[in-house]
Design a protein around this ligand. Structure first.
Ligand SMILES: Cc1ncc(COP(=O)(O)O)c(C=O)c1O
Length: 444
């Protein structure tokens, strides 16, 4: 490991020290590694990433020819599997016609069709779509919309948000300020980014009382409530019930706050319904979408506002406009991919596949239940979670999964699976089998 660390630092993981494969890594890898800064990585200690040659379905083919069954679907984006022919054809055809054109002063069919389709699929009057290129930016836009909603009504005091422990909403400064400030990965920035009000989700008497207490004291300074509905993803894969979301809606109405659902993880089928808000029967005032929006093919995000929110910006006063406009917003290639992805949700039995995956995850992960060192095993939709008491060596654990021929990327004390909805039964069995085997062998 030490030798690999040194090689890694120089960006030259040679065939003798690297565990990434038998043969020498490709030239692009050895030449380029010293020049990239990787995500969520202590660069001095992190294991080198696996060089990928290509993907297909639920398979990642490494440069040395090894094939891994993918348990993560690239941070939950590739919901139809990689390289789906329908999305590929849509992107290819769009590329031939027009890859991109600025959205200021110009409009195009893929973006307008997508906006109209999203508005039709989302519940209630969530029908005004603002496009951006990443989830974090979609969250920033939602926060900006919520604060300006009040500014445009002459209220300058409502600029904070009520958010929840265990929450994760992105890495840009506004978004990281509403993540869990202690347990979240942005803890070093505490006190440096604006502080918001953080409480536990109101799930029992005690947390409900604390939630109401917080609202009673601070509602006048709140623009809104932001929550990941049904599943708090990157903050620990924690689940809550629809009743919690109904309580949030009731509180938002009572205290006159905007309710923002961050569906960047939960949107597009992951929890079993197309959107978590739909499953919960709760209509938020703003919803953020990204990740699986394009079926994982291209970066795209959307912040969708209800009529009430949009109306607060409808004015003769230029200062009431939403002054935001990412250069690549509404990118035509990405919108074409998203439209093709929606076609697949309409044509193919995706939600049935999610239900089947949920059942297979329950069965496949069941042997982990009740074992020493395992705190919880939980499944919701196409999300399977094994929560351990602790993971001592994350890098080693990740490497063990690769040795088992699967790509699974635990974090914190969580081993999770968020496969493509098109994954084959035997591939899913391979994933759950690997989780059971690797977790059972951990020292306790
Ligand atoms: C719920 C949620 N919100 C926001 C984000 C940030 O999205 P991005 O990484 O595209 O900026 C994520 C990413 O994991 C997420 O899960």
């Amino acid at each position: 490991m030490a030798a690999m660390t040194i090689e890694w630092k120089r960006g030259m993981p040679g065939k003798k020290t690297s565990k990434i494969g038998e043969g020498a890594p490709p030239e692009w890898y050895t030449a380029g590694l010293a020049h990239v800064w990787l995500p969520y990585a202590q660069m001095k200690r992190a294991s080198p990433p696996l060089p990928v040659a290509r993907t297909q379905g639920s398979r990642i083919v490494l440069a040395d020819g090894r094939e891994l069954v993918d348990g993560i679907a690239s941070w939950w984006t590739a919901c139809h599997g990689y390289n789906h022919s329908h999305i590929r054809a849509a992107v290819e055809s769009q590329l031939a016609q027009m890859p991109h054109v600025m959205f200021g002063g110009l409009a195009h069919e893929p973006a307008l069709t997508l906006a109209q389709r999203l508005a039709a699929r989302l519940p209630g009057d969530l029908d005004r779509v603002f496009f951006s290129e990443s989830g974090s930016v979609a969250v920033e836009v939602a926060m900006k919309m919520a604060v300006q909603f009040w500014l445009n009504r002459g209220v300058r005091t409502r600029k904070k948000f009520l958010v929840f422990s265990g929450g994760y909403h992105g890495d840009t400064s506004g978004a990281m300020a509403i993540c869990d400030p202690e347990a979240g990965m942005h803890a070093p920035f505490r006190g440096l980014v604006p502080e918001h009000h953080v409480v536990d989700l109101p799930q029992d008497e005690e947390s409900a009382a604390a939630f109401v207490h917080m609202l009673e004291r601070h509602a006048a300074e709140l623009a809104g409530i932001v929550v990941e509905p049904l599943v708090q993803g990157a903050g620990g894969m924690r689940f809550h019930d629809a009743a919690v979301l109904r309580a949030l809606r009731a509180a938002a109405d009572r205290y006159d706050l905007l309710l923002v659902f961050d569906e960047i993880f939960t949107g597009f089928g992951r929890t079993g319904a197309l959107f978590a808000c739909e499953a919960a029967g709760v209509v938020p005032d703003i919803v953020t979408l990204s990740k699986a929006l394009t079926g994982g093919t291209l970066p795209l995000a959307a912040t969708v506002a209800s009529r009430k929110v949009f109306d607060a910006f409808w004015s003769d006063d230029p200062m009431h406009a939403l002054m935001h406009g990412p250069t690549f917003m509404g990118n035509a290639l990405a919108c074409a991919a998203a439209n093709a992805s929606l076609d697949l949700f309409e044509r193919e039995p995706r939600l049935r596949q999610v239900a089947e995956i949920a059942a297979a995850l329950e069965r496949g992960l069941a042997p982990c239940r009740g074992r020493r060192g395992i705190k919880d095993v939980r499944v919701r939709g196409a999300i399977g979670v094994v929560e351990l008491d602790r993971i001592d060596d994350l890098e080693r654990l990740r490497a063990r999964f690769v040795e088992e021929g699967v790509f699974v990327r635990p974090f914190g004390s969580i081993v999770y699976l968020t496969p493509a909805f098109t994954i084959a039964e035997e591939e899913l069995a391979r994933l759950t089998g690997a989780v059971v085997k690797v977790v059972a062998a951990l020292p306790r």
